[in-house]
Design a protein around this ligand. Sequence first.
Ligand SMILES: *Cc1c(COP(=O)(O)O)cnc(C)c1O
Length: 415
Amino acid sequence: MTTLDDARALDARDPIAWLRDAFVIADDDQLYADGNSLGRLSHATREAIDRAVTEEWGRGLVRSWDRWIDLPVSVGDAIGANFLGAAPGQTVVSDSTTVNLYKLAAAGTRGGGQPHPMVLTNATNFPTDRYVLEGVVGPDRVDLIDEPVTVESVDDALGRRGGQIGLASFSAVDYRSGALLDIAAITAATRRHGALVLWDLSHAVGAVELELDAWNVDMAVGCTYKYLNGGPGAPAFLYVAERLHDRLPPVVQGWFGAADQFAMHPSYAPAPGVRRHLAGTPPVVALRGLEAAIATLGAAGISALAAKGRTLTGVVIAAADDHLRHRGFDLATSREPSARGAHVALRHDDAWRICQALIAHASVVPDFREPDIVRLGFAPAYTRHVDAYDAVVRIARVVDQGLHEAMPAERARVT
Ligand SMILES: *Cc1c(COP(=O)(O)O)cnc(C)c1O
């Protein structure tokens, strides 16, 4: 049995409780359980965006490019240092996660040394990841793992294909179940079979500790608008290990990735290092907002954030055992703290209508994932343990009162 007092006690000894005040919390009664889809706005980000617009753009105009030109590299390095365990010069911020996946999957399959390599991923990977990989090598060259992604299932699949697979790509934290994979061990397994690995860190970055350099990861991409709080549509990051820089050709030969950008040479030569994977003009205003968000989170540090993610999800799981199990909910997330990210998935036959009722009648904002998941992403940066506990109690109340039964069964445009 977990109680509200247990949650209060966790808050009382939370070393990063102060961080909540760094964020805009417009409605104190609302329990925001979707920090894994769109992180909250920080005061620092709002001020940075205002400054970028008013001073840098409004006053400085085109001369501000002197200060903007290296932002994709400097913000990339800040993400690398604070959240990825990546030394400088291997991470840049650009484009969306989808586009970065395409760029690196295409580079990895062209630069891997095989003429027509296959790609390995899992059948339940995030849609954009599966679609992009299909687009890069063709649907019949994508091999899908149907079981949970483990060292054994990856090893089996790579072994079965006898060296035909040039690239394996997985999400470090599953967007539905919240499962956190053993990135180091799976990376080592792909290497044993001579394949490159490309990790999607969208649901992992800012939520769990990552050591890309130490784990010998080849390539990675991820979102910055989820746990990193960069804002809606904030540009994504990409990481390429230094040892691969010369081997992986840039796929979009844009001028931001060219060796001497403003020399306007007649033909393309790639910039040294990871910068070659930049393409065109970056979204400066969003980069300024993201830069400030990273400084805010960086002051707390990823080990404290990840530890709080584990206690928050622990509160949700314990409270769900007490209040939701006998109300038709099944836990779809691991009970082992080291095997999950910072969100919890609960299965329920009426998950979609329950999600709508929570938003409409209980001031709880989760999201729904097909076919039957209520997803609760309580971001460690600004969520109190009492909020996570209270959300579970409100879910039980909504179900007891049957409030979901009046909600429409057909899906909305955005779920
Ligand atoms: C959120 C998410 C994305 C989103 O990609 P965009 O290009 O930003 O739309 C991609 N992959 C995973 C695993 C995600 O969780």
